[in-house]
Design a protein around this ligand. Structure first.
Ligand SMILES: Cc1ncc(COP(=O)(O)O)c(C=O)c1O
Length: 428
């Protein structure tokens, strides 16, 4: 019998669950270009209310959501300050510049994914005809799976406001950030299990739990390790990150099967709103960890959303019976947020299972994305490793670093198969 493929390339690969499909099938429909699709309207109202905004706009993709946001905040000749690895700078084809004549001002990330406050301040141009007008600060949370520390989010957005900039959040994975931000509370109150395993090196012989990993990673502390796409400084932070994962055996019995039952329900929504309220606009994707097939939502003031609505039209993003897709997003809002904790636990399970392999440097995951660097003699084996994994039914990407992403369609068994396949490659 062929084994099920374990697809760890991205959290975008999920298929709608039967319950989500049923919700889509039952959705009341209209024509959203006429503004009368009840399901789209319900989704827009619900997410705006949940995150504390006046209005929201349903769009087909996260890319279009960011584009509408940047173009609704900025005019031609304006610029936005953004991270080098931010999706709305690096990974969206330069859309803001191409379609809106809005220039990005990219800044390097700090190891924890943040943009240094003094560098943001220094990048803001004086009002002078030589310069583009600096209009907007765009942050991303999570960024490459990293949770931006909440005090940093507050400081950076306060600074931007003081300097007269608008603030946009690419919250494609806002709910992953929110669940991770809520996690330390949960760990303190609910996790009374003993912390198992040595702090670094080889796997512990038995015991351990994914919940332990929640505690030991410490979701609000800046986790060391290089930003996405840059090599780790030698002997530094990434090594610490490996240690801080806490090495346990891959033995969390309930990971991927209801771990979120112990999470504090509602805590994630409170955190999502706290993060969102630091910004003037927020984009959230439903087609990633939340498991919907398509769709993002942009939130902001009525006036801002009216401008974004016009841009969505120009970009061809007005969908007619979009309610079928909005129903999937509504279902995800009701059923798939708390369970993101399961995905995070599975990423930690994978990290724990890979600890101690010579030639692999594992960056402690904070949410559902795990980055792994090949080191030493293994450095150039990325293509061979990906091929080996594919041969074992494990799909992953290695565009710039090995990346494994957990999601709704991956379970503990699949993760254990990935661990076994990786260990087999390294004969570890
Ligand atoms: C952080 C982030 N923002 C935006 C997007 C764009 O989303 P979409 O693929 O729906 O255009 C992605 C896609 O992976 C993303 O990771």
């Amino acid at each position: 019998m062929t084994k099920k493929i374990v697809d760890l390339r991205s959290d975008t690969v999920t298929r709608p669950t039967p319950a989500m499909l049923a919700a889509m099938h039952a959705a009341p429909l209209g024509d959203d270009v006429f503004g009368d699709d009840p399901s789209v309207n319900a989704l827009q109202q619900k997410i705006a209310a949940l995150l504390g905004f006046e209005a929201a706009l349903f769009v087909p993709t996260g890319t279009q959501s960011n584009l509408c946001a940047i173009l609704a905040h900025c005019q031609r000749g304006d610029e936005y300050i953004v991270g080098q690895q931010a999706h709305c700078y690096r990974w969206e084809g330069g859309g803001a510049a191409v379609f809106g004549s809005v220039q990005p001002q990219p800044l390097n990330h700090q190891p924890d994914g943040t943009l240094a406050l003094d560098e943001i301040e220094a990048a803001i141009k004086p009002d002078d005809a030589h310069f583009a007008r600096t209009r907007l600060l765009a942050l991303e949370n999570t960024l490459g799976g990293k949770l931006l520390p909440f005090d940093y989010v507050q400081q950076a957005t306060r600074l931007a406001k003081e300097k007269g900039l608008m603030r946009h959040l690419d919250g494609a994975r806002l709910f992953n950030a929110a669940v991770a931000q809520a996690a330390p509370l949960r760990a303190a109150s609910n996790d009374d299990r003993p912390v198992a395993g040595p702090p670094q090196g080889r796997p512990a012989p038995s015991g351990g739990s994914a919940a332990h990993a929640v505690a030991s990673v410490g979701a609000t502390s800046p986790v060391a390790g290089p930003p996405q796409g840059r090599p780790a400084p030698s002997g530094g932070s990434a090594a610490h990150a490996v240690a801080s994962v806490g090495v346990t055996s891959p033995a969390a019995p309930s990971a991927g099967s209801g771990l979120h039952a112990v999470s504090e329900r509602g805590g994630a929504m409170v955190e999502a709103r706290r993060i969102a309220q630091c910004f003037d606009s927020v984009s959230v994707c439903f087609s990633k960890g939340l498991g919907a097939p398509v769709g993002s939502v942009l939130c902001g003031t009525q006036e801002f959303i009216a401008r974004a609505h016009r841009i969505r039209k120009m970009a061809g993003g007005g969908m007619r019976q979009g309610g079928m897709l909005a129903a999937a997003a509504l279902h995800a809002l009701d059923h798939h947020i708390d369970r993101l904790a399961d995905d995070h636990a599975l990423a930690r399970r994978l990290a724990d299972g890979l600890a101690g392999i010579e030639g692999l440097r594992v960056e402690a995951p904070q949410t559902n994305i795990l980055f792994v660097d090949l080191t030493g003699a293994a450095r150039n084996q990325s293509a061979a490793l990906l091929q080996h994994l594919a041969g074992h039914g494990i799909q992953s990407t290695g565009l710039y670093r090995l990346r494994f992403v957990t999601h709704l369609d991956v379970d503990a068994q699949g993760i254990d198969r990935a661990i076994a396949a990786l260990r087999a490659f390294f004969k570890a």
